[in-house]
Design a protein around this ligand. Structure first.
Ligand code: PRX
Length: 608
């Protein structure tokens, strides 16, 4: 817990002398093989943190804790819908990671090679990520809900050498097969040399496919010792794809040094952690939250981390409460969508469980409605737990705007800029707008967790810093109040936030127009009580094509195959034409205003 005075003092110091501030943080957070020569270097738009510093991320998440006497401490507690429970301590996790890292090496994977991970949230997924980090291979985790097509796109962009997957994952009591999706995704991609499969019941390797290897066959043959690769601070640790305003997802690149320092320090400070805390962040490593606050942040802090494979409300709506009680979870971090769902089920379910172990609650991914915040506070937090609202993005690597525990909470308002972060709300020309006025949220200067680059597309990286006044453009609208608190109002670009997941309208439109019979598509978002926002598509059909329910269902299936279930529009409406600018750009804001019955402010560019 912190007081306003303490917070302000540290904040001012961090802004007045950021290099000293981050150097102190890096020194105390991380074990470096060699200290950096220079804290920060900025050759606009590129920047580097801890230049000349050498480290290994897996070493910082495992070896140093084992050396410090935490061999027997539980690192991960895995749970699933059947209430299976598997735990692994720091020493055994280190051994598994080393064996798997040696296995990857035996397949020829080297520093800088790209490895795709398409797995459920099981211990082996964390092993795979850390093994890559150990040998310096760049991992890219793809959420296991993405289609073969989306996986292939990422494999091609990265020229991935190996794909790691599992035979299946479990959702609502049903097995969802992953292995066949991977086989389809990598067909005829000559640069993919191997598929490593975690066979979860019986060993099933397609013998016709010499490239397939069983996860444990590979791991079990190897030594428990694997010297960590000495990485430069600014070497890439991972690439994570996220949606932008164009039709193609961008590969956000994060570094070993800056990212780890930032994930470690934000987790430690924002959740006010104590060494024996049991930490549960409900995200999946398919998203950035699962990188920073399931894997790298908590493990580098030596915490006990809960992971769960499955959905929140299956087999019963009290599933998560049961886990909090059973594992005595101290810090619980989830999304407003999940809280809205629990609220809908009613507080009866939380009252059946002892949630008194909880000390701090967190939320991430979307604005939280004040009434949902209050429900979270009253029924899950038992009116005693601070709620940390955390605003950040795939690109930022870690928390940027937060309400630290102890500071005044304003339900629905994300909070204050974190240490070292100069967040301002500006107009299009980069001037700060007056208090309580809506504007674009930008960050004045780079911070250690900031993305290094966009894979293969440096122009997309540069765009973040060139959109408004050489500051980092977040893509969000926000307002700042008289106390400096920032409220996030949603995206200012063509990105939609469905259940806390980013979806590019252009990406969905591309998938829709690739369906035979669809000529044009315009996608907008509508408010949704549970998901925050949902998608609606307006489609122009080829003449002669009948817009009936069968067609709607086939179009939905098509989007699922092209991208993922999360990108499937909830509503589809057939129209004769779409509003466009004279240069042919679809005016989504006109579609949206009409759909929501709002007035349309400026129609001067409308063609028809
Ligand atoms: O619009 C903001 C929203 O999620 C976007 C970032 O999405 P993504 O890169 O997928 O990362 C999500 C997890 C960090 C932001 O541009 N967002 C994130 N956190 C919040 C939020 N909106 C309001 N309040 C938040 N706490």
């Amino acid at each position: 817990m912190i007081t306003k005075k303490q917070f302000q003092k540290i904040y001012i110091e961090s802004i007045q002398n950021p290099e000293k501030f981050w150097a102190d943080v890096a020194e105390t957070s991380i074990e470096w093989f060699k200290k950096w020569d220079k804290v920060f270097e900025w050759k606009f738009p590129s920047y580097k943190w801890f230049v000349g510093g050498k480290l290994n991320v897996a070493y910082n998440c495992l070896d140093r804790h084992v050396k410090a006497g935490l061999r027997e401490k539980t690192a991960l507690i895995y749970l699933n819908e059947n209430n299976d429970r598997i735990t692994i301590n720091y020493n055994n996790l280190l051994k598994q990671v080393n064996k798997f890292a040696n296995g990857l090496k035996s397949l020829g994977v080297k520093k800088g090679d790209r490895v795709l991970i398409y797995m459920p949230l099981v211990i082996e997924q964390v092993v795979a990520m850390l093994a890559c980090a150990r040998i310096g291979a760049i991992h890219s985790v793809v959420f296991a809900g993405f289609s073969a097509n989306a996986l292939r796109e990422r494999a091609e962009d990265l020229k991935a050498k190996v794909v790691i997957t599992a035979s299946w994952t479990m959702r609502r009591g049903e097995k969802k097969i992953l292995k066949s999706t991977v086989r389809e995704a990598v067909k005829n991609l000559e640069f993919v040399k191997n598929i490593i499969v975690l066979n979860r019941d019986k060993k099933e390797i397609n013998s016709a496919e010499k490239m397939e290897i069983d996860f444990y066959d590979l791991l079990n043959n190897e030594s428990e010792i694997c010297e960590p690769e000495i990485m430069n601070s600014e070497d890439p640790l991972f690439v994570l794809y996220t949606s932008g305003s164009t039709g193609k997802p961008k590969g956000v690149v994060h570094t070993a040094g800056g990212f780890l320092v930032y994930a470690h320090y934000t987790l430690k400070t924002v959740f006010d952690i104590k060494p024996d805390d049991v930490f549960w962040c409900t995200a999946d490593p398919g998203w950035i939250t699962g990188h920073s606050y399931v894997t790298y942040g908590p493990l580098s802090n030596g915490l006990t981390v809960v992971i769960m494979e499955g959905v929140p409300d299956y087999p019963k709506p009290d599933n998560w409460y049961r886990i909090i009680e059973q594992e005595k979870v101290n810090i619980f971090y989830t999304s407003p969508t999940a809280i809205r769902m629990f609220r809908k089920y009613g507080e009866g379910y939380c009252k059946q469980h002892d949630l008194s172990s909880l000390k701090i609650l967190g939320t991430v991914g979307e604005p939280i409605n004040p009434e949902v915040w209050k429900w979270y506070h009253e029924f899950i937090g038992n009116k005693k737990c601070p709620i940390v609202d955390t605003w950040w993005q795939t690109e930022t690597g870690g928390h940027m705007i937060v309400t630290l525990p102890g500071l005044l909470e304003k339900p629905g308002v994300a909070g204050l800029p974190f240490y070292g972060i100069e967040a301002v709300v500006v107009n299009k020309s980069g001037q700060e707008v007056p208090t309580n006025e809506k504007g674009f949220l930008v960050i004045k200067k780079p911070w250690p967790g900031a993305l290094l680059d966009c894979w293969n597309t440096p122009d997309r990286f540069a765009k973040y810093w060139n959109e408004i006044g050489k500051m980092f453009f977040t893509g969000d609208f926000a307002i700042k109040d008289k106390d400096g608190y920032i409220q996030i109002l949603g995206r200012s670009d063509d990105v939609i936030n469905v259940s806390g997941h980013r979806i590019g309208t252009a990406e969905v439109e591309n998938a829709l127009v690739s369906f035979a019979g669809v000529v044009e598509a315009g996608v907008i978002s509508k408010p949704d009580e549970l998901k925050g926002e949902r998608l609606k598509a307006f489609l122009v059909l080829k003449s002669g094509v009948k817009g009936d329910n069968a067609l709607i269902s086939n179009i939905k299936k098509h989007v699922k195959t092209k991208i993922a279930t999360i990108a499937v529009p909830d509503e589809i409406e057939f129209v004769l034409s779409l509003p466009k600018t004279r240069s042919g750009k679809i005016m989504r804001r006109v579609l949206k205003a009409k759909e929501l019955g709002q007035s349309i402010s400026d129609l001067t560019t409308l063609e028809d």
